[in-house]
Design a protein around this ligand. Sequence first.
Ligand code: NAD
Ligand code: UFG
Length: 338
Amino acid sequence: MKIKQNSQILVTGGLGYIGSHTVAELIATGYQVVIFDNLTNSHLGVLENLETISGQRPQLVIGDVTSSSEIDQVFQDYEIDAVIHFAGLKSVSESLAQPLKYFENNVTGTINLLKAMAANNVYRHIFSSSATVYGAHNEVPFKEEMSRGATNPYGRSKLMVEDILKDLSNDPNWEIIALRYFNPVGAHPSSLLGEEPKGIPNNLMPYLVQTASGRLKELQVFGNDYDTKDGTGVRDYIHVVDLAKAHVAVLSYMIKKPVNFEVFNVGTGHGISVLEMIDCFEKTNNIKVPFKIVERRPGDVGEAFADVAKIKDLVGWNATHSLEDMCKDAWNWEQKNK
Ligand code: NAD
Ligand code: UFG
């Protein structure tokens, strides 16, 4: 099976935060895209904005991966050559409250998709995994071969899917890549695409921008007694456009070279502390962010950042956006969309 440059890529969850940025990069590279999304955490306005950015409107199928018939129908209706699978739920706290909802969406949904792919002779699959699969006891930087573990149903759903994909790859027809994202932040430089968290955000960057804009009163910094450079938590923040480009690079890699099953970290390889992030945000955007240090957040690790040698060496991809770019684009997005 050979993918032509203008072949169709099915992007599940393509109206979401990372999916929409990836759709924009795929179209810019010359791919035809079919988006499959149930709008559970996105809206149709994203399609308009993708059209404004790309000059063409991607195909959209509204459907749910938990419905075998809806996902199967896409392969009947479109000539699909590869699938990038973002569709899923991503809140750790919600997954603790409603584990079955998470296993159904993230695991059953993926099984339905994989069955529909196999039934229609489509075997190229790129899966959205997460750095959350690294167990709590690994030393930074995290390398792909390190031990894995999960502390919540969301993380376990990613581990389970990684294992399913690995088992599936015993059949040599399959070409599967799981990408372990570190901490995606920022927005499209046009400010037409970005993250739209529902309710009060859990993650640092959306909380920070909403504090800067006055929507929230004060940022709480969860702990300054970690064994890190300044005591606050360290993470590997990656600009969402870099992450989107990683998908295009990996797709092109698997088209050029046979892949059976590979896992890649996607990060910058640099650890940034909460205080460094606040400082960069304040300096880049010339705005003050009120914050106070509070207790550690239960379940957090002190440091998590990637070893990115594998994706650099094999795929030739590396992140190019700076922390300043992440802060600037996140702030522009907030100002334009609050
Ligand atoms: P998002 O919520 O913005 O996007 C997910 C999209 O999938 C949404 O448009 C939603 O409507 C759709 N969707 C959800 N369930 C669906 C279903 N059952 N059927 C069809 N569509 C469905 O999330 P995101 O941040 O873009 O994350 C995309 C993927 O990357 C997820 O699988 C997530 O677990 C994974 N991931 C995200 C992060 C992060 O920090 N954002 C980190 C690691 C991994
Ligand atoms: N933090 C604060 N205040 C906040 C929010 C976060 O100080 O209001 C700190 C956290 O303690 C941590 C850092 O900022 O040190 C980053 O926290 P995030 O919540 O932004 O990101 P996490 O790394 O904790 O979690 C993210 C995703 C999870 C995923 C995990 C590993 O939200 O879904 O990465 O990939 F499991």
